[in-house]
Design a protein around this ligand. Structure first.
Ligand code: NDP
Length: 292
């Protein structure tokens, strides 16, 4: 058995893993494109003109090109009605070359995400946001899993970090990160506790954990003093607090956590880069269903 002595945790390098995943996915995609006779397309629907969403769309287009998918930006004005959004999604559902559809969130305030959840074909829901996919995940059936928690699990798997029988604490219970992460850990036989803003004495719960996965959007909510020596930390947080001078920081105080943890994802360069690759993996699975 490998013995690790603090203070230096293994850094779970998301950029290196993403590179490795990209090479694997590129090969699989090339094979699929040859079988299908066309490059399947990932559509990104953008309603309005949010600069962050626009940057994210461009990032997805670049990732698609890198793996071998086509991409299409579908832009609707910020004043688009529910009917117009629904019609755009119905059209994309019906196009054979489109393997996956992503709708940029948040939508303008007059549009409810429920429109997307109700309209998007579950087979093209490569973000795993529809009730059909979320329900299938909860039931332990094959489904499109949200990319961020899928990336966290891939990180654990590829680094050979055991999950079965371990105590996992997930901090955050959103439908896109915390909740699916808890379900995925449970599926891999961890004993899972989910914490949130009403949790009493978070540090006491964290100290029990072999694995901590945090998705709160609260910069440095967790520090090394709250962690058990040797714990594995998966930090999904993306935060730009005033005090960081514009630097991105996680939910976990990396400097203090690294002296206690056995393994930890840095921010940036941890879970973020892997998320995109999980999106591509979902796109590949969706594209296979096109008949390849
Ligand atoms: P949400 O705001 O939807 O959810 C945050 C969750 O954190 C809620 O469940 C909330 O509890 C909980 N929470 C808030 N404050 C505390 C606290 N003090 N103690 C314990 N729990 C708390 O965020 P998301 O899930 O969408 O995103 C979470 C983070 O992950 C963000 O930083 C986001 O930027 C990042 N993210 C990272 C991605 C990646 O690829 N790495 C992709 C997507 C998101 P309650 O439910 O009670 O309100």
């Amino acid at each position: 058995m490998e013995l690790r002595t603090p203070p230096t945790a293994t850094i779970l390098d998301g950029r290196a893993l993403a590179k490795q995943l990209a090479a694997e996915l590129r090969a699989e995609c090339a094979e699929l494109v040859a079988r299908l006779g066309f490059a399947p397309i990932v559509a990104v629907v953008l309603v309005g003109d949010d600069p962050a969403s626009r940057a994210y769309s461009a990032n997805i287009a670049r990732t698609c090109a890198r793996i071998g998918f086509g991409s299409r930006a579908v832009e609707l004005p910020g004043t688009a009605s529910e009917e117009e959004l629904r019609a755009a999604l119905v059209a994309l559902n019906g196009e054979r070359e489109i393997c996956g559809v992503i709708v940029q969130m948040p939508l303008p305030p007059h549009l409810s995400p429920v429109v997307v959840e109700q309209t998007l074909a579950p087979g093209k829901d490569i973000d795993g946001i529809t009730p059909a996919n979320a329900g299938r995940l909860a039931l332990g059936l094959p489904s499109f899993v949200p990319n961020t928690p899928a990336g966290g699990m891939e990180m654990l798997r590829r680094h050979g970090i055991p999950v079965a029988g371990r105590r996992a604490v997930v901090v955050g219970r959103s439908n896109v990160v915390g909740k699916p992460m808890a379900l995925l850990l449970l599926r891999e036989h961890a004993t899972v506790t989910v914490c949130h803003s009403r949790t009493v004495d978070l540090p006491a719960i964290l100290r029990e954990a072999d694995i901590v996965a945090s998705a709160t959007g609260r910069a440095h909510l967790i520090d090394g003093g709250m962690l058990r020596p040797g714990v594995t930390v998966i930090d999904f947080g993306i935060n730009f607090p005033d005090w960081s001078g514009g630097k991105m920081v996680g939910d976990v105080d990396f400097q203090s956590a690294i002296t206690v943890a056995g393994a930890i994802t840095p921010v940036p360069g941890g879970t973020g880069p892997v998320t995109n690759m999980m999106l591509m993996r979902n796109a590949l699975a969706a594209a296979r269903a096109l008949g390849g």
